[in-house]
Design a protein around this ligand. Structure first.
Ligand SMILES: [Zn+2]
Length: 852
């Protein structure tokens, strides 16, 4: 993601049948998996025209990267709209390892947000979207670490599967597979896997399951989307041998869309809102560079698809040409004022298309054509529920609005669904010009109940990758909609089928007509008020647990499962909730064991013979459909005996971390300091001031008040600064003693840690630290270590990743006046929420330090 290639930015789009892409997307490949809430798509004439052009075009391009935002939207926009190829982005991960600039969601929920953002990006640039099962586990330096953590064979199989399913003629790697160590390890790994998949996808003995399901495939060329950045400078790139590099001009203007390639690409890029990638648009000539890695260089370098059959003969040698000519006729004589006149010819073409031999490509073309027919007719089909969700036994009914806005009569033969019951009326219904009807399903419970949560989160993840037992789901952005409705129509005897998800429609007094995804919930969900509870003595603490009923009349009991040595009171709490929508809060006292121990508390709800353990999280942002996640509702408990000799700590939040919360649980009296209002009085009774992560990247007010804080240190205070990032740093003067941030980080959470001065008080007072205090750390040791510092600072910790020189900038301590300044890149913000005891102990020692 983000980190390094931000300037290159660009890319992609999920096609939704429902999401209105500004770009008409003719190629609704896998759209069914990508339909998520939002209004039914309605295209203008020029969008239909653009989609027709794409429908009559063949060729496919798969762009490969590691994270949401690695993709080059400029190139994806170009392929999807100028070359009119099926274009897709394969992002190995869903990007849950990064930061969130728009809200508090992290990890799995952030991964869902980013998956949606990719779909929204694709709905603008005209591409489709794939993923693998690989998890974004945070920064790593080498592709070997990425491949080892993900399980290389599994992820390679996912990539090969996508090659076979999507059948790209060109594969374009975002990253260079020949330069491991120069960028994020996930990046290089994505390129290495793509190169290997290029060779394996044609081997029927490799992963015979996907070979049988989709057929083997050999892409024509594999290219690397290079740029001057990969050469170190524009000058070096200018002088480089470009005999293997193809220049692609991407400055096109698309009249049917009213936008330039660069404008579409920037709007697409700007959908990566959780990463803060709003982009300025560009117009005029621009160039992309593709270096040939595998396959042969085209003789004519301006024809990237040389040797690729881009005609309808790809579907049928006998009938293909005739179909292509008919579509071309429509394009040549397209009536922008009255596109319905093309619907009849299109339905005839659909009938011909259906008679061709079976293939994935044929099915994709049928999807696209059906959509084109509906759009030409102005046919409006929307399946709606008046309630937002159902549970297992609850009744639901769909209202299906069908409006024929053309001047031709249609027949509606049948309305049906795997989930709902429609009356078996076999008489086709006439739908006259301009006629609108509503078809209702019977009010009944759904036929099957598959709880609404993203498919990759339904099973406990393996370390490094999501666990997806159903191989049909692997690669898809999202699983199928919970309720889908199909309608069979005919126009002059030629039949076509429209599929639509059922959505929850309602009127919002401000927004107007709103469509949300329709979801299936358990009867009860449960959530704990705390993700982590830290005990620093033998006193019990209270855990509040909320129970939400989604069905009426829920009567049962709630208990907490707890680890050995701990005690919970009471053992059970009985409850009786009368109405769906009601929430109650129940409290348990948690008694910790002696010594240092950690474990999990799991709420367990029992109603009759049914058990419920999931929490419900709903996330709403205006740029993506509403998200529903059901996860296990666990609380981590950590018991320690940490001595501390200070108590009153001021905390200045930056980009947002939970270290202050952890300190408070440890027994500190935490005073939240708002940088806007810091004053000497507020500082004077604090024993230490802690600066949260990236506060010097986000708060101008903090920068403005540093002199006050420096004075506080001079008079005997302690200032502790957590990690800040080099880019976007608002000041170089972070505290009274100069130091310079570097980009050193130690990403191996098990890397050995050496105390540069083992007798220093921070390792001995009030707690004696040992190597076991660095066990069980998560994700990494630290990041953005200092690279140089004033001699007033003493470096205290040395560590390094395998094969690298030792860093000494992870923990600096210096004296200023009567006080102390500490800078630390150690990732307390990750260790605290994970309940890592040693991290709490180390921070307690740092805050207890006094310069006498
Ligand atoms: Zn990336």
């Amino acid at each position: 993601m983000q980190r390094i290639l931000t300037f290159i930015s660009f890319i992609s789009l999920p096609l939704n049948k429902i999401t209105r892409g500004l770009l008409g997307i003719a190629f609704l490949i896998f759209w069914a998996s990508q339909l998520h809430a939002q209004s039914p798509v309605q295209w203008s004439s020029s969008e239909i025209y653009h989609a027709l052009e794409k429908f009559n075009s063949f060729g496919s391009v798969l762009y490969v990267g590691a994270h949401p935002d690695d993709e080059n939207t400029r190139l994806i926009t170009y392929f999807a709209n100028h070359e009119l190829t099926q274009t897709a982005y394969l992002s190995l991960t869903r990007g849950g390892g990064g930061q969130n600039l728009i809200g508090p969601e992290l990890k799995t929920t952030l991964g869902i947000i980013r998956s949606h953002e990719l779909l929204q990006a694709r709905s603008i640039d005209g591409g489709a979207q794939f993923f693998s099962r690989a998890m974004d586990f945070g920064y790593c330096k080498h592709p070997t670490e990425a491949l080892e953590t993900w399980g290389k064979e599994d992820i390679l199989r996912d990539v090969v599967r996508t090659f076979r399913k999507f059948k790209p003629d060109l594969v374009v790697n975002r990253f260079n597979h020949r330069t491991p160590g120069t960028t994020h390890g996930h990046h290089t790994a994505s390129a290495l896997l793509s190169v290997e998949a290029f060779k394996k996808a044609k081997d029927p003995n490799y992963d015979p399951e996907s070979a049988e399901q989709f057929g083997i495939w050999q892409p024509k060329r594999l290219l690397f989307n290079t740029s001057w950045w990969f050469y170190g400078s524009r000058e070096a790139f200018e002088d480089a041998d470009k005999s293997n590099i193809i220049e692609v001009p991407v400055g096109q203007y698309y009249p049917p869309l009213g936008e330039s390639n660069g404008e579409l690409a920037a709007r697409s890029r700007s959908m990566h809102k959780s990463q803060g990638f709003g982009s300025l648009s560009s117009r005029g000539q621009e160039t992309e560079y593709l270096e040939l890695i595998l396959g042969d260089l085209p003789e004519n370098k301006s024809n990237l698809f040389e040797g690729v059959d881009r005609s309808w003969r790809r579907l049928s040698v006998d009938q293909g040409d005739a179909i292509g000519q008919q579509v071309q006729q429509i394009i040549d004589h397209f009536d922008f004022t009255n596109p319905q006149i093309h619907a009849l010819t299109l339905t005839k073409i659909l009938t011909q298309l259906k008679s061709l031999p079976e293939s994935t490509l044929k099915n994709d073309k049928i999807e696209s054509l059906t959509h084109l027919i509906a759009q030409c007719l102005g046919l409006y089909v929307s399946a709606e529920s008046s309630i937002p969700y159902v549970t297992k036994n609850q009744e639901v009914m769909a209202n299906v609005e069908v409006t024929n806005r053309s001047q031709m009569a249609l027949k509606l033969h049948r309305t049906y669904s795997d989930q709902l019951y429609f009356s078996e009326n076999t008489q086709p219904q006439e739908l006259q010009a301009r006629e609108s009807i509503t078809v209702q399903s019977l009010a009944a419970p759904l036929r099957s109940v598959d709880l609404s949560t993203p498919y990759w989160l339904k099973n406990r993840a393996d370390s490094g990758r999501f666990n997806v037992p159903d191989s049909d789901l692997i690669g898809r952005a999202f699983g199928p909609e919970p309720v889908q409705v199909s309608l069979d129509f005919s126009l002059n005897g030629h039949t076509f089928t429209i599929n639509t998800p059922m959505r929850y429609k309602y009127r919002d007094r401000v927004q107007g007509e709103v469509f949300d995804p329709f979801v299936i919930l358990p009867d009860l969900t449960v959530s704990s008020a705390e993700a982590v509870i830290v005990f620093n003595d033998q006193n019990p603490k209270t855990l509040d647990v909320s129970l939400s009923a989604h069905s009426d009349a829920q009567k049962g009991s709630l208990s907490l499962q707890y680890p050995e040595g701990w005690r919970v009171a009471p053992e059970f709490i009985d409850f009786d909730i009368a109405k769906a929508g009601q929430e109650i809060e129940l409290s348990f006292e948690i008694y910790p064991p002696h010594g240092t121990q950690t474990g999990l508390l799991t709420p367990l709800v029992q109603v009759g013979d049914q058990f419920y353990t999931k929490s419900l999280t709903e996330v709403e942002y205006p740029h993506i459909p509403k998200i529903t996640v059901l996860e296990s509702a666990q609380t981590r408990v950590l018991k320690m005996d940490v001595a501390k000799s200070t108590n009153r700590i001021g905390y200045i939040q930056g980009a947002g971390d939970q270290v202050d919360r952890g300190l408070s649980q440890l027994g500190y009296d935490i005073v939240a300091l708002d940088p806007e209002t810091i004053n000497s009085d507020a500082l004077s009774d604090l024993e230490a001031v802690v600066v949260g992560i990236r506060a010097f990247n986000t708060s101008e007010s903090l920068v403005a008040r540093m002199e006050m804080i420096n004075n506080y240190v001079a008079q005997g205070g302690l200032l502790l600064i957590q990690y800040q990032t080099t880019s976007g740093l608002l000041t170089q003067k972070m505290g009274p003693i100069p130091f310079t941030l570097g980009r050193d980080r130690v990403t191996d959470q098990e890397a050995a840690v050496s105390f540069l001065d083992p007798n220093h008080p921070v390792f001995n007072t009030p707690n004696i630290l040992g190597s076991d205090d660095f066990d069980h750390w998560v994700q990494e040791r630290g990041l953005y270590f200092a690279k140089s510092w004033d001699k007033a600072f003493t470096p205290l910790i040395g560590m390094n990743d395998t094969g690298e020189p030792q860093t000494e900038g992870a923990l600096l301590l210096g004296h200023y006046g009567k006080g102390t300044v500490i800078y630390t890149g150690i990732s307390f913000f990750r260790q605290f929420p994970a309940g890592v005891a040693g991290a709490y102990k180390l921070l307690a020692n740092l805050l207890s330090y006094r310069h006498e």
